[in-house]
Ligand binder design. Sequence first.
Ligand SMILES: [Zn+2]
Ligand SMILES: [Zn+2]
Length: 381
Amino acid sequence: MAPQREWFEKDYYKVLGVADGASAKEITKAYRKLARASHPDANQSDPKAEDRFKEISAAYDVLGDEARRKEYDEVRRLGPMAGGFGPGGFGAGGPGGPGAGGFSFDVGADDVGDLLGNLFGRGRGRGRGASGVAPQRGADLEAELTLDFEDAVRGMTTTLFLTSDAVCSTCSGSGAKPGTSPRPCRVCNGRGVVDDNQGLFSFSSPCTACQGRGVVIDDPCPTCRGSGVERRPREVKVRMPAGVADGRRIALKGRGAPGRNGGPPGDLYVTCHVTPHALFGRDGDNLTVRVPLTFAEATLGADVQVPTLEGAPVKLRIKPGTQSGAKHRVKGRGIATKKRTGDLIVSTDVVVPTKLSDAEREAVEQLARATTVSPRDHLEG
Ligand SMILES: [Zn+2]
Ligand SMILES: [Zn+2]
């Protein structure tokens, strides 16, 4: 790896928060701590987390490798004026070209995104060994679950069957056939990049022989065809909290795909579909139910039995003169979540009979004759 332009501009020791003379162990420890804290997956609401993570990774890329760190220290000791150029001496953005003194710098070889996405963590054999392979967080998984209305209200434990990427069980993720192992790429000597030396500095670009992985697999694992990953059916036991609503997406931390190289597992997101109930509806933590009343009950008042989702029906007192659509609250007979217990909201519907017995007809006709006040009075000019 050739020295880079950034080396003059960035204080990698400061980025990792370690002293210039820090030991390799201290550097690794500081890096791990910072990388965990600023991992973009764990900071999705923070748009700057990714930049921070990249910066930390770039710093560790150099300081975590003994040879590169030496080079970096050396270049910084000489200072930006070494060789007669300052930060402005480089062509902005371009490969620099053989400007003053024929210096150049890396051509896009260091892409932290690659580092994360690459099975081998772009282990370029810079002496980092297996421990230098970047830990990868497992993928987040999505699943759907259909629940009965009552299961959604009460909460339930269920088993989800998922198929997801997992570390290949045949090769333990190396991608190589059991009994063989990936070998360092001969073209780039396991570095993943090739240099084109031009004096003190050089261009480097990803090695095409190994696609920048630094290793070559001669005998790919038959199960995963060299990817180190296989799709496997998994059973995941999940506990659905009481009161999940239709359409709700529940995050289950750490129940996603397993991480690699010691990385944490991803999360599992379960989208819930709740089948409707014949009698009850929902309004947040409240249950709703409609209760029909006769005209006489609504007019004169009555005690009516109201069904509840859990347990016996309750008696509800209907006041004289109750209107159609009036709402009544039965305390504590709604959905019991961790936070609170909702109520049962009863809407009363006054039902107009469509068939009358002779006695009923006579009574209604009597009522009509006795009625003196029209409810439409206010409509008449
Ligand atoms: Zn495999
Ligand atoms: Zn190579």
